[in-house]
Design a protein around this ligand. Structure first.
Ligand code: ADP
Length: 602
């Protein structure tokens, strides 16, 4: 089966870069007091736990032989005290760190989301949404954990290790040396296996990301899939991605088990050697029974911090790659952005000039070449032509969703008549004066009222109803169970296409844009509803400059000027009558449509 964009793994292997770490540390620096407190509490509880083997030793070697019940009582109290202290400190530490890691997640996500919202369309054109989601959700979670708990734990493990060594040597230097002699073997095993383990987990994370991306897109497009009865094909793609996930997971688990098994084997080996030596010396009364027991406990604790440190290091290296992906997203250039010192576009009069505009989405493929167009204030312009000719591109450029490759687009101030190149003004002030209606109107989860208010947040309820009335949306909304308060889910699944479009019309009317763009806005509405809508559209168009892209030519005959887009530019321009009289491309298109609809004799 052909590979698709979901099969493309991200590069998760990256050389250590100090700049990423430094940048990440900025997210934790404001939590340093909390983190230091957590570290202090954890260290206290770890070090006091190391006293337990010592207590065992005293009990066995001193208190029991002397039958000193008072001392035994004291030791028991100390024992219980240490355990209780450990529990209390651990609970406090977890609470502090849960808070800190959530704050870090919040801060990174906030920065990421703020940037994602500014990224141009071209960024989203080339990426599955699921992969972006994985970065914002999974990578951030993972990175936050290593930045908070990972840092504390690595310091804590080092402290614990030092104290274990000190306690071991203070208990019995010879046995301690035997234990430490096992260390090189352990380190060698770790150095050999750990890089393989890391790679395996990175691979697993990649496969998981691919799987998530496919899942996200499939849920989004479930209606289309069902319509085209793609379930079987989709299932097999899903099965293939899931299989890749499973294989990667099994491999990662297998290697992790090997690490665990080898560390256990070495621990047991060292244990055995130490016990044999201990028991041998016990016979010669060189070491006591208490000492052997205490040493046994230290040995079992000794390997834990080392294994933990190796794990933290691994996870740290993985997370550096995640960090890099996160920062890469944050650094993704906002190629469509306000110029430094961009001015606010004042209220415009509705004139639009395209001068020598050239543009292509991808390098080497131009969609529009040297286009010139001068639109009067209040003029209604229809864009027609074959699919893929560049009609939507014309309006995308006017809204500055993409930057031009050449030429300029100019708007004019209402009060001063001054010309403003759209790249010299802020995006907000530009887009605030443009109203865009797309073929597929996006309905947000919330009430119908909220959805219309999206166009202008300070609109009163009366204004909202008035807007809905004008575009003929009021009737159906009032028939809904809770009227304007009816909740609609994301994408407006409860509404028909036509109803969604009516809501979007009301939303646009409310925002009162100077220039209105209707991109195939009525194509999903049946002819009956469209007739009803025409009145609403007329209300919407009144006193506004408009660009209307319509598939059905019957709907744009009344426009002031019709532009036939083709051959990377404007092939024909004029009123319906003029273009019909010309008997050119528009005439051909119109008559073929009319013929299809049985309106003219063939
Ligand atoms: P129309 O609206 O006339 O159907 P468009 O303006 O949407 O056509 O598209 C014009 C051309 O640009 C088409 O060849 C289309 O494939 C291409 N195109 C449109 N959008 C993109 C995009 N986001 N990335 C790359 N190419 C695109």
């Amino acid at each position: 089966m052909a590979r698709n964009k979901f099969d493309v793994d991200e590069t998760l292997e990256s050389p250590f870069q100090l700049k990423h770490l430094k940048r990440a540390l900025r997210y934790i620096s404001r939590h340093r007091v909390k983190m230091l407190t957590a570290l202090l509490l954890s260290s206290l509880s770890s070090i006091s736990a190391l006293l337990i083997p010592k207590i065992t030793q005293w009990v066995l070697d001193v208190a029991v032989p002397a039958k000193d019940t008072a001392m035994l009582g004291k030791m028991a109290l100390l024992f219980v005290g240490i355990i209780l202290l450990g529990i209390v400190f651990t609970v406090i530490r977890s609470r502090i760190m849960a808070y800190v890691s959530q704050e870090i997640i919040y801060d990174i996500r906030k920065d990421l989301f703020a940037h994602l919202q500014r990224l141009p369309f071209s960024y989203y054109d080339s990426r599955p949404a699921g992969k972006i989601l994985v970065r914002v959700i999974n990578y951030v979670n993972s990175v936050s954990d290593i930045l908070s708990n990972g840092i504390i734990n690595s310091i804590l493990e080092i402290i614990t290790l030092v104290f274990i060594v000190v306690f071991m040597y203070s208990t019995d230097p010879t046995l301690a040396t035997i234990v430490i002699a096992g260390l090189p073997l352990f380190v060698a095993v770790i150095l050999y296996i750990k890089p393989r383990q890391r790679k395996a987990w990175q691979n697993q994370s990649n496969k998981n990301s691919n799987y998530n991306a496919y899942l996200a897109e499939s849920i989004d497009g479930v209606r289309v899939s069902q319509f085209f009865t793609r379930q079987e094909v989709n299932l097999s793609i899903m099965a293939r991605l899931a299989e890749a996930c499973r294989t990667a997971w099994m491999r990662a688990i297998y290697i992790s088990n090997t690490v665990w098994l080898s560390s256990e084997t070495i621990t047991q080996l060292v244990f055995t050697v130490m016990y044999i030596a201990g028991v041998y010396w016990l016979g010669g009364a060189i070491v006591s029974f208490g000492v052997i027991l205490a040493m046994g406990q230290y040995v079992s604790r000794f390997w834990q911090p080392i294994t933990n440190l190796a794990n933290i290091y691994n996870s740290f290296v993985n997370n550096l790659a995640y960090l890099e992906r996160i920062f890469e997203t944050m650094d993704e250039p906002v190629v469509v952005d306000d110029k430094p010192g961009a001015q606010t576009l004042p209220a415009i009069d509705g004139r639009v000039d395209f001068d020598d505009v050239t543009f292509g989405y991808e390098e080497g493929v131009t969609v529009l070449e040297h286009v010139n167009l001068h639109v009067r204030a209040g003029e209604s312009i229809a864009l027609v032509g074959p699919t893929g000719a560049g009609k939507s591109t014309v309006v995308n450029l006017l809204c500055r969703f993409y930057n031009l490759n050449g030429g300029r687009i100019t708007l004019y101030g209402e009060a001063d008549g001054q010309a403003y190149d759209i790249t010299d003004v802020t995006l907000n002030s530009l887009r605030n004066q443009l109203g865009i209606m797309l073929q597929d109107s996006f309905i947000f989860s919330g009430t119908l009222l909220d959805n219309i208010r999206y166009g202008r947040l300070d609109a009163t309820e009366d204004e909202i109803r008035e807007a809905a009335r004008l575009v003929r949306a009021d009737d159906f909304i009032r028939e809904m169970p809770q009227g304007y308060q009816t909740a609609v889910s994301e994408r407006g699944n409860r509404l028909s296409q036509g109803q969604k479009q009516l809501v979007a019309f009301a939303r646009t009317l409310l925002s009162d844009p100077r220039i209105l763009i209707l991109d195939e806005a009525t194509s999903s509405i049946d002819t009956q509803t469209e007739k009803l809508l025409q009145e609403g559209i007329q209300a919407l168009l009144k006193n506004r400059t408009s660009f209307i892209i319509a598939h059905r030519l019957s709907t744009i005959q009344n426009c002031d000027r019709i532009l036939y887009i083709g051959n990377k530019g404007i092939l024909e321009a004029g009123s319906h009558e003029e273009l019909m009289a010309k008997r050119g491309a528009y005439y051909e298109l119109y008559t073929s449509q009319a013929r299809d609809q049985g309106l003219v004799e063939t």
